[in-house]
Write a protein that binds this ligand. Structure first.
Ligand code: GLA
Length: 344
């Protein structure tokens, strides 16, 4: 097990820290304190050759340019809030509208664009970094001082675990996720259409044109959203307007459980996703348009990667029948998501 710190880079006069982690099995991850971001993740294929399965950039400057949240921690509210507005305890709050008429991924300067405190650690089960951030009352329009921790653990059982914890001094809404873009071929394939995907979700939340849930909890049966058995991502993607960018209502009942499995047939790499969260946004990289130049000068075109964002449902603050995203003083928010790798 190794944890190494690279030379920090400067961002607006403050240091951004970079960590390189390696577990006992030779899996490697790198993390940075800007956005508490997962920068790279090297896992073996069925021949034992390791390859980087996440998109991103070679240096901090790439992350500061046009960057659709690659590898970042997303908050205070991952996904969309209609009109950027909600009423909490009788008071109305207006947030930034940074996605057409809606609020997306925490606003103009969300948790993906701030510098987190970082504390590397080693423990018998693996190596990791604990990131902390204090989001002040009123930041991006949200109420309450929120103290937030995101802990990455690269464990010695082929798992990257991400644990979230938060407390607040006034009621607020909170929805945290990680926005990694995966391509399990490690760059050998330019799109993810041949990846096989399984999502253990019997329902999903249909959306309007601006990707806000209509409120319906709809059965996946007989729709292109039925991933209860493994299906090629490309199989039915053209039946979905714009491609997949939908929240799945997981069958996990709020318990840490396997909720999704992705398999890439050429490399043999398999990713299992476990989470305590009730929802999972499956995003098929529809907005990647080839204008972004990422790692090693590679351009990221449409569907060159997918995201599986464990989360509460989009627009929950305005949909009282969705699981609540309210966090109140005295409560401790806890959530865990695991990316587990294997080959076959
Ligand atoms: C999420 C959203 C998508 C898009 C990406 C970032 O996955 O659901 O609509 O905003 O983030 O481009």
């Amino acid at each position: 097990m190794v944890i190494d710190e690279k030379k920090p880079e400067d961002y607006q006069g403050r240091p951004v820290r970079f960590f390189q982690l390696e577990n006992d099995e030779g899996l490697k991850a790198s993390l940075m304190s800007y956005g508490a971001t997962l920068v790279s993740l090297y896992v073996p294929d069925r021949q034992g050759r390791i390859g980087d399965v996440v998109l991103g950039f070679d240096s901090l400057s790439g992350y500061l340019g046009p960057n659709p949240y690659m590898g970042a921690t997303i908050g205070r509210y991952a996904n969309r809030i209609a009109g950027g507005r909600f009423v909490l305890d009788g008071r109305e709050y207006q947030l930034a509208k940074n996605d057409g008429p809606n609020h997306l991924h925490g606003g103009i300067r969300g948790f993906d664009k701030v510098i987190w405190q970082a504390e590397p650690f080693t423990q018998p089960s693996g190596v990791g970094v604990r990131f902390s951030y204090l989001s002040p009352d009123g930041e991006e329009g949200y109420p309450g001082n929120l103290s937030c921790q995101v802990t990455y653990l690269l464990a010695n059982n082929s798992q990257l675990e991400i644990s979230y914890q938060a407390t607040v001094d006034r009621p607020t809404h909170l929805n945290l996720t990680n926005h990694s873009y995966f391509n399990l071929s490690a760059g050998a394939r330019n799109n993810i259409l041949d990846h096989e995907l399984q999502i253990l979700a019997s329902a999903f939340t249909p959306v309007d044109k601006t990707l806000i849930p209509t409120g319906e909890i709809k059965s996946v049966a007989g729709t292109p959203f039925d991933f209860r058995q493994p299906v090629r991502i490309g199989e039915r993607i053209n039946q979905v307007d714009g491609g997949y960018d939908h929240n799945f209502v997981l069958d996990n009942k709020g318990e840490l459980a396997l909720v999704a499995r992705v398999f890439e047939p050429d490399s043999g790499r398999q990713l299992d996703l476990l989470t305590t969260e009730p929802g999972l946004q499956f995003y098929s990289g529809n907005f990647l348009d080839g204008t972004i130049i990422g790692k090693s000068g590679k351009t990221y075109g449409p569907r060159s990667a997918f995201s599986l964002e464990s989360q509460h449902f989009p627009d929950s603050p305005n949909q009282p029948h969705f699981p609540s995203t309210v966090l109140r003083p005295g409560q401790v928010f806890r959530s865990k998501t695991i990316f587990r790798f294997s080959t076959r």
